[in-house]
Design a protein around this ligand. Structure first.
Ligand code: SF4
Length: 410
């Protein structure tokens, strides 16, 4: 028998009425299919939910603290909330609902790749202690994270990067990318995107104010084709988890209308453009999306970004042997970058091999030579160290591979 304040809702987190919160005990229409995961809701939304159920507003903040800062993912560990309240929430079908790590693989280089369960799907998230040497490693170095970033003695790393997925699969069809082979299965919710980060922080035992954590939204999917959920996840990670946006970088294949929208955001992560070619002809062959938004339009959209002091856009450039890594490609890329006069840097990524893709990896010498050409042209250029190639964790390799020879962590 429902009490006056029994919590009965539908999945809409917009507010108690919109959410169908029942404070009268009359409505029992909450469907079994309703999404009753708490993770993914802001502190304000959690407070609304609890107030509608007769609780004090501060309980919403307590619940948010438990979910996002203490990283509780079961009722028993949420000891800051009264047992009776937890019981009522559980009885009404609510769950903490953070995505869980289903499988883990560890590379010889220390990188860990996770398959994270999001409903019926799994997505990939990658943990890279000490980053990968790319431009994102310096993200936010002028911004700081709450509490500073001094290294914690004795546990072997000072900073780390988490690579986060935004969709299950991807529709963009970049020819060098394993994720593309999955096609798009669905968008992730804000909670599923932010939940990957919290699950990994929990797995690694990270104390945020003692470590420097960078987030790169460069996992499975095109974040700008899931724009609302992606930005909602960014706000959750900023406001509830406590990671500054200056420490986040989002990479897009060049979804021009979304870049323009992104430019108008009051607070946003840094931007990386997955460029990968020095001209439209080559780019179309490796990234069919270029037919819709060619390089000129893409650069014009990037120009609308109001860059912060010392902020730069990163051009990601995958080196495909004989396709994008020739001397003339470097020359043309340098000219392209110079022509558009954007505050920028270039990240070079030697292509990571994947089954069923017919490109070749460039030699280490040719990667260095390419970098030299750009440096000589005055372009700040980094080489991303391939991380976790042996466990299919490197760029463009995320396809939920679970071959038995991979080293499982359990
Ligand atoms: S590189 Fe990124 S945008 Fe392109 S297919 Fe792969 S996941 Fe999608």
């Amino acid at each position: 028998m429902p009490s006056k304040h029994q919590i009965e809702t539908d999945p809409n987190p917009a507010g108690p009425e919109a959410a169908g919160l029942d404070t009268s005990g009359q409505s029992a229409v909450a469907s079994a299919a309703a999404d009753r995961r708490l993770f993914g809701r802001t502190a304000a939304e959690l407070a609304e939910l609890l107030v509608a159920a007769g609780e004090k507003p501060y309980r919403g903040r307590q619940l948010a603290e438990a979910l996002y800062r203490q990283r509780c993912n079961d009722w028993a560990s949420m000891t800051t909330l009264p047992v009776a309240l937890r019981q009522r929430l559980a009885d009404a079908g609510w769950t903490p609902g953070r995505p869980e790590i289903a499988e883990s693989f560890r590379s010889v280089d220390g990188t860990e790749r996770y398959l994270i369960q999001t409903g019926e799907n799994t997505v990939e998230t990658v943990w890279m202690p000490e980053g990968d040497g790319g431009a994102e490693d310096s993200a936010g170095s002028d911004a700081g994270q709450a509490g500073g970033e001094s290294a914690e003695a004795g546990d072997g790393w000072k900073r780390a990067t988490i690579c986060v997925s935004s969709q299950v699969g991807c529709a963009v069809n970049c020819q060098f990318c394993l994720t593309a082979k999955l096609g798009l299965q669905r968008n992730l919710t804000a909670g599923e995107i932010a939940g990957q980060v919290v699950a990994v922080l929990e797995r690694q035992g990270v104390v945020l104010n003692r470590k420097r954590i960078n987030l790169v939204f460069m996992g499975m999917g095109e974040p700008f084709l899931n724009y609302e959920n992606f930005m909602a996840a960014v706000r959750l990670l900023r406001d509830e988890v406590g990671i500054a946006t200056q420490r986040m970088t989002v990479s897009t294949s060049g979804i021009v209308p979304a870049i323009r929208r992104f430019a108008a955001e009051e607070d946003r992560p840094r931007l990386a453009i997955s460029l990968n070619a020095p001209n439209d002809a080559i780019r179309e062959s490796v990234m069919p999306i270029n037919r819709k938004w060619p390089i000129g339009e893409l650069m014009e959209a990037v120009r609308t970004i109001p860059f912060r002091q010392r902020e730069k856009v990163t051009f990601e450039y995958v080196l495909l042997d004989g396709v994008t890594n020739r001397r003339e490609d470097a020359r043309e890329l340098a000219a392209l970058v110079a022509r558009h006069q954007l505050p920028c840097m270039v990240n070079l990524i030697a292509w990571n091999p994947g089954p069923g893709i017919a490109y070749s990896s460039p030699s280490a010498e040719s990667v260095l030579a390419f970098q030299q050409q750009l440096l000589q042209a005055g372009i700040q250029t980094y080489i991303r160290r391939p991380r976790g190639r042996d466990i299919y964790a490197a760029c463009g390799q995320l396809k939920r591979t679970t071959e038995p020879e991979l080293v499982r962590l359990g």
